[in-house]
Design a protein around this ligand. Structure first.
Ligand SMILES: *Cc1c(COP(=O)(O)O)cnc(C)c1O
Length: 398
């Protein structure tokens, strides 16, 4: 019999909630019109989009006109960064952008791309827990700085940044501030005003919504050039026929995430802490990556010395447990995670990392099962590890 499946990779994606699917269904084959068409079928679709926009705006503490729907988190990040950078430079405001070393590649690679167009980049370091220092941001701002982009919570190590404080520094210096809040949705209440942000990215599939749809909050008055030109959808900021079912699903998923946040965050925190303390108690030479308390309620990331995270993944997979090592290594590249390296980990320790990100459907029994299976897996891998043998030889006292 195949073992029960335990999905512990919610930072990569989540299953779409059945209530979200239900809300989306009519927009596939009943209210399937083009929102730009003026007959009734089109208006029904437009209403779906309008209501979704209203819901998303009010849940974030924003106004309807401040929400742009996109194809996901990567597009929202790219639109925020490239859109603001080009608009600001056009207006003669400058060409300097600040970000952090642990951003998602959607931010880091967008910023690196802008270097080809004459932008100057400062990449702020983080401390060993993954935090950006407010003083470092303050010191990095120049008269030519047009944008700061720092993620709200890290997808690999779960560290939560002091976004409101970082945002306050940007306000002081009259610099626009973007945050990738993809991982923070459902983990903490989000209000764009309290966070002092000008732009904020999110994507539905990280909070039990469908894949391929996201949103960018952009404060009224923030200058932005579109990336996708064409029709006049999304107030000309993002052309293309709207992903109506996706947009409706995103709004429903966000509503559920906000409604269920207190309960879900308590439950996840207690499962997370049980998993961390259980591993620390049962397995020697393990290290928690990221911040111990300024941490997403669902994130466990630990390095196991002398073994490879990838090998652990394969053995866990055989037991029906789905986790991740560092970040989803889709390219199959052997480079250690840029996030773990930015914390100052050795390449060996970065390679020995295992990420388990919990979700709504995980139970205490599942966590106990993982805690029962993990120690023998680690032992088995260490038994065949030359690094471990070398370590044991050095420990021997004659
Ligand atoms: C998943 C993720 C993204 C990318 O979102 P997509 O919808 O997959 O494009 C961006 N930033 C962070 C922090 C993420 O976790």
């Amino acid at each position: 019999m195949a073992p029960e499946t335990i999905y512990l990779d919610h930072a990569a994606t989540t299953a779409t909630d059945p209530r979200v699917v239900e809300a989306m269904l009519p927009y596939f084959n009943t209210a399937y019109g083009n929102p730009s068409s003026i007959y009734r079928l089109g208006r029904a679709a437009l209403e779906g989009v309008d209501e979704a926009r209203e819901t998303v705006a009010s849940l974030l503490g924003a106004k309807r006109k401040e929400i742009v729907f996109t194809s996901g988190g990567s597009e929202a990040d790219n639109l925020a960064i490239k859109g603001v950078a080009f608009a600001q430079r056009d207006a003669g405001k400058g060409n300097h952008i600040i970000t952090s070393a642990i951003e998602h590649h959607a931010v880091l690679h967008a910023v690196e791309y802008l270097e080809h167009f004459g932008f100057e980049i400062t990449i702020l370091p983080v401390d060993s827990t993954g935090l950006v220092a407010v003083a470092d941001l303050r010191a990095a701002i120049r008269p030519t700085t047009v944008l700061v982009s720092i993620m709200a919570a890290n997808n690999e190590i779960g560290t939560i940044q002091p976004i409101a404080e970082l945002g306050a520094v940007c306000r002081e210096h009259n610099v626009l501030f973007h945050t990738d809040a993809v991982q923070l949705i459902g983990a903490q209440p989000i209000n764009v005003k309290e966070l002092n942000v000008d732009l904020l990215s999110l994507t539905a599939h990280k909070f039990y919504g469908p894949k391929g749809v996201g949103a960018l909050y952009m404060r009224r008055g923030v200058p932005l050039l579109p990336l996708i030109n064409g029709g006049s959808q999304e107030r000309r900021l993002r052309a293309g026929t709207e992903n109506v079912p996706g947009i409706v699903g995103l709004a429903k998923a966000l509503q559920l995430a906000v409604d269920e946040l207190p309960q879900s965050s308590n439950q996840l925190t207690s499962l997370r802490d049980r998993l961390i303390s259980g591993i620390e108690a049962a397995i020697p030479h393990v290290y928690l990556n990221g911040h111990r308390s300024q941490r997403l309620p669902n994130n466990v990331n630990m390095s196991f010395d002398f073994i490879e995270g990838e090998s652990m993944l394969l053995l866990l997979d055989q037991q029906g447990i789905y986790a991740s090592s560092g970040s989803a290594c889709t390219s199959g590249s052997l480079d250690p995670s840029h996030v773990l390296m930015a914390l100052g980990l050795s390449a060996e320790r970065a390679h020995g990392s295992l990420r388990m990100t919990l979700g709504r459907e995980n139970t205490a029994e599942q966590i106990e099962r993982v805690l029962a299976l993990l120690p023998p897996i680690v032992e088995r891998l260490r038994a065949v590890s030359p690094m471990y043998r070398h370590f044991l030889a050095e420990q021997t006292v004659y």
